[in-house]
Design a protein around this ligand. Structure first.
Ligand SMILES: [Zn+2]
Length: 328
């Protein structure tokens, strides 16, 4: 990895923060591959003493750009439900031609985009002149993708483009989805991915991003005239969730919504691999986590992972109760 270490000029770090950071919460890519899938998963880094989510700083960005760590950035600022960018992730066969096609048609709308390589395909970034509502960004991109007949992952399709932000808005305590920060080194590929539009040099890449025309609020409003929200954006709250929220003012977390590993029934519990153990390569036998069948809000890791650790591992950290702003 050492050969990737580049010195990140302070100006590049500051520009990066201004262009890409929507909120200070972030995720970190694991240095070690998952023992079974071989993938390098992202997790929410926490303070070892307080258990609270770490807050992104200029130094975090510097370490990411220099290749010491690899972080992913969230798409939505929860305070105003806005985004500084839209990123379209495509990592299937023939992903690059689809992204190039998308970039071409964006340009027909006078929307400039920057194409970045990725492990298996690419990320197409559209930058905003000012943070714009996630809902409006999504309306535009989904409409364009459907006009082009591009496959959108999740809409009944296992493969296709993924649009970040994936939500119109975040509910209290939600984080939404994060995508690898540009110019980072993929821990698995041990490779830096650059934007195609400039020389492979940090200062030149940032000059290119700075000069890239940004989408304005007026432009987006004009492009969206007469368009409606994508169906993927509609996410009805289930009844028990809504009741719980009414009763407690909080959203109910149900671990089963976040578990993708196989469940086995053992007595009155489901048993499966603990996501927090899995992050560090443990629980290979896949039986540390027990979830009550009667009340799936109740779960326990026999290896001692706390609910904070488990929720961080599934990308749905517990909302903090101390009112602190760090890590948000
Ligand atoms: Zn565990």
């Amino acid at each position: 990895m050492r050969r990737h270490r580049l010195k990140a000029p302070a100006g590049v770090v500051a520009d990066y923060f201004r262009l890409f950071v929507n909120r200070r919460a972030y995720t970190l890519q694991s240095d070690r591959p998952h023992p079974e899938s071989g993938r390098h998963y992202y997790f929410r880094p926490t303070d070892k003493n307080t258990g609270q989510g770490l807050s992104l700083t200029l130094d975090t960005i510097r370490r990411h750009i220099e290749g010491e760590i690899t972080i992913a950035l969230y798409a939505i600022n929860p305070e105003n439900q806005r985004c500084k960018w839209v990123a379209i992730d495509a990592d299937y066969k023939n992903a690059l031609p689809d992204l190039i096609k998308l970039g071409y048609y964006l340009k027909q709308d006078a929307v400039e985009s920057a194409l970045e390589k990725s492990h298996r395909g690419g990320h197409l970034w559209v930058l905003m002149a000012e943070p714009l509502p996630a809902r409006d960004c999504r309306i535009y991109v989904y409409d364009l993708a459907s006009r082009l007949g591009l496959p959108v992952k999740g809409a009944g399709l296992p493969e296709g483009i993924e649009v970040f932000p994936k939500h119109d808005e975040l509910k209290p305590g939600e984080y939404g989805n994060a995508i690898r920060g540009p110019l980072g080194i993929h821990r698995g590929a041990a490779k830096r991915f650059w934007f195609y539009g400039a020389d492979y040099d940090l200062a030149k890449q940032m000059r290119y991003l700075n000069a890239l025309p940004k989408v304005t609020a007026a432009q987006l409003a004009k492009l969206n005239a007469g368009k409606s929200a994508p169906p993927q954006a509609v996410r009805a709250e289930s009844r028990p969730e809504a009741e719980f929220k009414q009763r407690t003012g909080r959203l109910e977390f149900r671990i089963l919504d976040h578990i993708s590993t196989k469940l086995r029934k053992v007595g009155r519990n489901y048993v499966t691999r603990c996501p927090s153990c899995a992050d560090v390569g443990h629980d290979r036998s896949g039986d540390n986590l027990a979830i009550s069948i009667d009340d799936p809000r109740k779960y326990i890791c026999w290896a001692g992972c706390t609910s904070e650790m488990i929720r961080a591992a599934v990308g749905c950290p517990k909302p903090r109760t101390n009112g602190g702003k760090d890590g948000r």
